[in-house]
Design a protein around this ligand. Structure first.
Ligand code: ADP
Ligand code: MG
Length: 157
């Protein structure tokens, strides 16, 4: 297992980290995003979409549950905040979407951990004093550990 933390002092830095990860993202990559309301999950996904080459607006899927952004790879953006049972996620076509070779990012993903494959990259958003955020990434699969090492090589920018 590999765990490491990135400090993002400003909203711009959180966006930039998302963008970096989007530029490097591989087909099939899945990100489980956790952390309280306002921690920066949606902002991170805005950066992720931009890094994947999507140029339109990116908004929170809290009420719509899922957004799809077309870039170099498709980005499937979920938010499970309002869901109460993993069955609801499955009914949204979870296993079809994640098997399409795009990139998946799930806000409040920690609610249903069993739905994620072992190669999932977990990213936990902690709120520091002021505007700071600590983003802790965890990889526990031989496939995803080199991915985190790659990010460490490139961050801070
Ligand atoms: N370092 C930071 N990283 C991310 N967001 C920050 C940071 N500092 C302040 N913010 C603010 O916190 C809010 C995060 O909102 P959002 O990304 O929607 O959170 P979440 O999706 O986790 O509920 C935004 O208003 C953003 O400007
Ligand atoms: Mg959000």
């Amino acid at each position: 297992m590999l765990t490491t933390s990135f400090t993002c002092e400003t909203p711009e830095e959180t966006h930039q980290l998302g963008e970096l990860i989007g530029r490097q993202a591989r087909p099939g990559e899945i990100w489980c995003l956790s952390g309280s309301l306002g921690a920066g999950k949606t902002l991170f996904v805005k950066g992720l979409a931009q890094g994947l080459g999507f140029e339109g607006p990116v908004t929170s899927p809290t009420f719509t549950l899922q957004h799809i952004y077309e870039g170099r790879l498709n980005l499937y953006h979920f938010d499970w905040y309002r869901l109460t049972h993993p069955r609801e996620v499955e009914d949204l076509g979870w296993f079809e979407w994640t098997g399409r070779g795009g990139v998946t990012a799930v806000e409040w993903g920690e609610k249903f951990p069993k739905l994620f494959p072992p190669s999932t990259l977990k990213l936990q958003f902690g709120i520091l004093e002021g505007e700071g955020r600590r983003l802790t990434v965890e990889a526990s699969h031989p496939e995803s550990i080199p991915r985190v090492e790659e990010i460490i090589q490139c961050w801070p920018l």
